[in-house]
Design a protein around this ligand. Structure first.
Ligand SMILES: [Zn+2]
Ligand SMILES: [Zn+2]
Length: 433
């Protein structure tokens, strides 16, 4: 939901650089919230975490300003990386009623130069056990505000390519990448190959797979006695293949309770979390409401492993099996903080711990999980910035679905819309002059 102030006013920039001054523009968009050029307004800026030299919460920064041409401009030295509240009042109002409240965020350089990209790295089409064509899954993914997606059907790579081909002749801002859910024979671990240039599933019938995994098994002499070495050797082979193919290998839903037991035996989960052959963990997985405790377990386990010194890249995925079922689809996703939505940038950013997993259940406040610094920033984005981004995506998604349905006019309309989400971010990010 877009907060009403963010609809009534155009406030920019809202993402600024920590340690720099920035000029914030506050421009009413409609008649009901106009500023009067003959009136004085008081602008108050409050760093939510306090600032250096601020001894009590009664200390705050205030400026009395006259609008010019109907909008206010305020210059403020943003000290450290945190969220700031900006309040506007009329100077002659003795009750000091707040006319409007806005939120800004100052970022250190590393995050400032990255943009948030929402994506789903694990979702199914009708080629496996989902409901819709790959083209439909991609169009529907844009409609709910995703910036990137890969269709990852069980044992099949081709559907992801079909999703890409469906839109290769139209101009869209959604990035569609190859992918598959990998099921090595005799290995209970589910693995996602996100973005890899070739399929793993197609290789399991080959002699080469058996021979290479046998060679890996022979090196695993330090596994606990009695443990079958094959499943772990098979995982090692898969994650290595995915990296060679330029993809990101996910360790899927470790605490999924399937038919009265966890899908992966605990010894294998322990081994994978200890030795970390994967690239990223599905921290928040696509669980139905009755299964949601599996996500609680994954998050708790993640924190325990982090305390033990593990460095764990995380993603959130819907594992959706139908975009119109009213479940899973859109409930869980990843925010990657990356220089661009190009595949190598997304993968590198996730591996470098610049991502959070998001749970956005219908009717509930969206919650981000992952490193504290990014969760704090993500919660701001989910409240203040991403709702506007998502609204721009609705129209593009609808037109993508129209194009997939054969509407000849959709391509021209998509061309006209191209670039709207990047333009929103360019507008909201301090240009840094
Ligand atoms: Zn699975
Ligand atoms: Zn799946």
């Amino acid at each position: 939901m877009i907060r009403k102030e963010n609809r009534y006013y155009d406030v920019y920039p809202r993402i600024v650089r920590a340690g720099h001054e920035a000029t914030i523009h506050i421009r009413p968009l409609y008649g009901h919230c106009r500023f009067d050029d003959d009136q004085t307004y008081v602008v108050t800026i409050l760093p939510t975490e306090g600032s250096i030299g601020q001894s009590t919460w009664s200390d705050h920064w205030e400026a009395s300003l006259r609008p010019s041409g109907g909008f206010l401009q305020v210059r403020y030295p943003f000290e450290g990386e945190q969220e700031y509240a900006l309040l506007v009042r009329a100077a002659d109002d003795e009750r000091r009623a707040v006319l409007a409240e806005f939120r800004l965020y100052a970022l250190e350089n590393d995050l400032y130069h990255r943009r948030p990209f929402k994506g789903d790295l694990h979702i199914h089409s009708a080629y496996s056990d989902g409901w819709e064509s790959p083209a439909y899954v991609a169009g529907a993914s844009r409609r709910i505000g995703l910036d990137f997606v890969a269709v990852t059907d069980h044992r099949q790579y081709a559907p992801s390519l079909e999703a890409m081909r469906a839109y290769e002749d139209v101009e869209i801002d959604l990035r569609i990448y190859p992918g598959e859910e990998v099921h090595p024979p005799g290995n209970p671990v589910h693995i996602i190959n996100f973005g890899g240039r070739w399929s793993l599933n197609e290789q399991f019938a080959t002699e080469a797979y058996r021979a290479e995994v046998s060679a890996l098994e022979a090196t695993l002499t330090d596994l606990p006695p009695g443990v079958d070495r094959y499943p772990y050797a098979s995982c090692l082979w898969c994650y290595d293949q995915i990296r060679q193919a330029g993809g990101l290998g996910l360790f899927c839903h470790p605490y999924w309770l399937s038919r009265h037991r966890y899908d992966v035996p605990l010894y294998l989960t322990d081994l994978i979390l200890e030795r970390q052959p994967y690239d990223a963990l599905e921290l928040i997985g696509g669980y139905h409401r009755f299964e949601i405790e599996s996500n609680a377990l994954q998050v708790a386990r993640y924190h325990d492993e982090r305390v033990r010194g593990k460095r764990i890249p995380v993603v959130g995925v819907s594992d959706g099996h139908g975009c119109e079922r009213g479940e899973l689809f859109g409930w869980f996703y990843t925010i990657a903080f990356a220089p661009s939505s190009d595949l190598p940038d997304l993968i590198e950013s996730i591996v470098d711990l610049y991502s959070v997993a998001v749970e956005a259940l219908p009717g509930e406040t969206a919650r981000a999980f992952g490193p504290f610094r990014l969760v704090k920033y993500a919660q701001f984005l989910l409240r203040e910035i991403l709702p506007q981004h998502d609204e721009l995506c609705v129209e593009e998604g609808r037109l993508m679905l129209a194009h997939a349905a054969g509407d000849m006019r959709a391509a021209a309309a998509l061309r006209a819309l191209k670039g709207r989400t990047p333009a929103l971010y360019d507008h909201l990010w301090d240009p840094g002059k």
